[in-house]
Write a protein that binds this ligand. Structure first.
Ligand code: 9D3
Length: 264
């Protein structure tokens, strides 16, 4: 896959891309990223990329022409690339959109700055994406979010053999609690079930806690989550005031669904 990222701040993009999963994908040759300095596509002595807004108002607007010239130059190397404008007015980027973008061969990510981008740029991109309802100073952080999310979805991008399958198993639920050593930290223990060695029970506990967490923190996700009949039964129970304890009663090693109070 290739990414062409158009920005006036290449340095905001370069180091993060060279790090972690993205960096490894680049090193392995499965990902090629070109960061394009928008100012390289200006033709004036001062390399101007912005101008005052028609109709007045605060701040500056990004000019269309340098962006279009950058898109034309990129088309030479990646003719069919999908063009994405990162914009606070775009559709919100979700896992589903990431899956769609991950199926593309080439992506162009255009980062806006200032108060926004000349509206006519919209006619030359395939979609506009926002990463959420909060204000960034520009599209660079958003482009990194999209690049990392899409790269993770590429086959073989993750070192751990189990992780990619888990990702494609994304079911719209929050994760269960996780623990590592020590067994007691500052008086807080680890649920006994996780140390029971009973793998079927552990898997059931993980699913139950995943549904419970989602019920407690992101209830709206359960409307669209991909639930098994047993998981749906748990949700119905939570709706009637039941808690994970009610479902762990049989065959359970301890009384703790999650973390208990501090112990001596
Ligand atoms: C004062 C005018 N702003 C109203 C909130 C408009 C505005 C223009 C440009 C706000 C932010 C930006 C810069 N942001 C982005 O380019 C951006 C963004 C974001 O701010 N939030 C979430 N996703 C994205 S993607 C690009």
């Amino acid at each position: 896959m290739t990414f062409d990222i158009v920005t006036i701040f290449p340095a905001m993009i370069e180091r993060p891309l060279a790090t972690g999963i993205l960096g490894r994908a680049i090193d392995r040759g499965t990902l090629d990223v070109k960061v394009r300095d928008l100012r390289d596509f200006t033709t004036d002595r001062h390399r101007v990329v912005d101008d005052v807004p028609y109709g007045g108002g605060p701040g500056m607007v990004m000019k269309a022409e340098p962006i279009l010239d950058a898109l034309d130059a990129i088309r030479a190397g990646a003719p069919g690339a999908r063009r994405v404008l990162l914009s606070p007015r775009g559709a919100v980027f979700t896992h589903a959109r990431a899956v769609a973008l991950a199926a593309e061969q080439d992506l162009v990510l255009v980062c806006g700055r200032y108060e926004g981008v000349d509206e006519r740029v919209r006619h030359f991109v395939d979609e506009e994406l926002s990463i959420g309802d909060y204000v960034l100073s520009g599209g660079e952080a958003a482009a990194l979010v999209v690049a990392e999310t899409v790269t993770r979805l590429q086959p073989g991008a993750l070192g751990d053999a189990g992780a990619p399958t888990r990702d494609s198993f994304f079911r719209g639920l929050l994760e269960h609690p996780q623990y590592t050593r020590p067994e007691v930290f500052q008086g807080w223990g680890v649920p006994d079930v996780l140390r029971s060695g009973d793998h079927a029970l552990i898997e059931r506990w993980k699913r139950l806690m995943s549904v419970w967490r989602t019920w407690q923190r992101r209830r709206e996700l359960l409307e669209t989550a991909d639930l098994s009949p047993e998981e749906q039964k748990w949700v119905d129970g939570f709706r009637q005031g039941r808690t994970p304890d009610d479902y762990l009663a049989q065959g359970r090693a301890t009384h703790e669904p999650g973390v208990g109070p501090p112990i001596q």
